[in-house]
Design a binder for this molecule. Sequence first.
Ligand SMILES: Nc1ncnc2c1ncn2[C@@H]1O[C@H](COP(=O)(O)OP(=O)(O)OP(=O)(O)O)[C@@H](O)[C@H]1O
Ligand SMILES: [Mg+2]
Length: 146
Amino acid sequence: MAAEPSVVEVTLESDLKNVEVADELSRRVTTRAGFDEEDRQRIEMAVHESLINAIWHGNKNDASKRVWLKYEIFDDRLEVRVRDQGNGFDPTNIPNPLAEENLLNISGRGIFLIRSFMDDFRVEKLAGGGTEVTMIKRYVSKSKST
Ligand SMILES: Nc1ncnc2c1ncn2[C@@H]1O[C@H](COP(=O)(O)OP(=O)(O)OP(=O)(O)O)[C@@H](O)[C@H]1O
Ligand SMILES: [Mg+2]
């Protein structure tokens, strides 16, 4: 039977200053999980982008709203969840930053980065309200063609 995951969980106020707290936590968790430097940086960047999205797009910078960040270290993978109190979004409906008409845009790259840095990415609207983004990184990452 697989061992229970090791869990690190925090609740953060919707303040962009807390993104630094998440960065530090990501570094510690990914080091403890045993990822190499390149993967540590990728995971940290993916969590960083997701946190900004949760605070900015999800909670609309409303300091009374919270963001929940959870890391679960399994034998074969790390799962990271970022939950906000917003109305969610459809990740299949996001403009492609590599399309010619978007190349000069200064925003719209966060989800693209997350998708390329992590092995799995999904978005769920929660029954009780709010949105949860799940990102998974396996210890032996498959090389991606996209
Ligand atoms: N947690 C969220 N809640 C609601 N909408 C979101 C959330 N995360 C992303 N989105 C939507 O998806 C779009 C794409 O997100 P993405 O992070 O790729 O780009 P961006 O945040 O607009 O710009 P950038 O991340 O490059 O600064 C956002 O503009 C927003 O409309
Ligand atoms: Mg973003």
